[in-house]
Design a protein around this ligand. Structure first.
Ligand SMILES: [Zn+2]
Length: 238
């Protein structure tokens, strides 16, 4: 595999998906049997589920918090943190994952477009910012309330909700010269469309993962392989 050279003029936009977390042993959002960590997505990740069964939703995300805590960043997470060290503010990482493996690897210029497992926010969207929350909830009585009286919910983008920080993400893509997409199926929008925006602004685009994504034809390079094996030797910073 040829190395990807990064010059002093390049700005790098990285998008990561479930594949990079799967290499650390975390369950993927869309498995072959349609389950996420043994649960049906429609039971835990839609606004109706929160209205119908907030305790069940919190129990599920509490399980994911335990799994996240027990998992470790893999060489792909570490390679991205090392690349950020070299590039500084010419590096930007957008993840579709809700786990905190990128943070624990050392990534800083990072947004979680689908939410953050380690935060909670008011269910009433009253304007209070999300708060750090690592608690494991077994009972709804344990779940705190906001000052406004609303119950705190996971800071997770449920299906049919709008992804977070889209303006900042689009702005970063428009200023990028290289997009690297890692371990996503290319089927979940708007993330699957990022590569098209990158191409419009003339950026190179590289995909890395064990299988070609659905939107493979949009990339200038597709590298088939595990992210943890490919990424540590991929970049040549000039
Ligand atoms: Zn509130």
């Amino acid at each position: 595999m040829n190395k990807i050279s990064i010059t002093a003029k390049d700005r790098v936009f990285i998008l990561t998906g479930a594949g990079i977390s799967a290499e650390s042993g975390l369950p993927t959002f869309r498995s072959e049997n349609g389950l996420w960590a043994g649960h049906r997505v429609e039971d835990v990740c839609v606004p109706e589920a929160w209205r119908r069964d907030p305790e069940g939703v919190w129990k599920f995300y509490s399980e994911l918090r335990v799994a996240d805590k027990n998992a470790q960043p893999n060489p792909a997470h570490l390679a991205l943190a090392a690349l950020e060290q070299q590039l500084g503010d010419r590096f930007f990482l957008c993840t579709q994952n809700v786990d905190n493996l990128h943070e624990r690897a050392g990534s800083k210029r990072l947004v979680h477009m689908h939410g953050d497992l380690c935060k909670a926010r008011c269910e009433r969207e009253c304007g209070c910012p999300p708060v750090v929350d690592h608690a494991i909830y077994h009972d709804l009585k344990e779940v705190p309330h906001c000052l406004c009286g609303g119950r705190m919910r996971p800071h997770i983008v449920f299906f049919n909700e709008i992804p977070l920080e889209m303006d900042r993400i689009e702005d970063e893509i428009r200023h990028s010269t290289l997009m690297v997409v890692i371990g996503t199926s290319g089927s979940v929008y708007p993330a699957a469309g990022f590569v098209h925006l990158a191409r419009q602004v003339g950026a190179r685009s590289v995909y890395i993962g064990p299988e070609a994504p659905l939107n493979a034809e949009a990339f200038t390079h597709v590298v088939l392989g595990k992210a943890g094996e490919v990424l540590p030797d991929l970049f040549e910073v000039q």
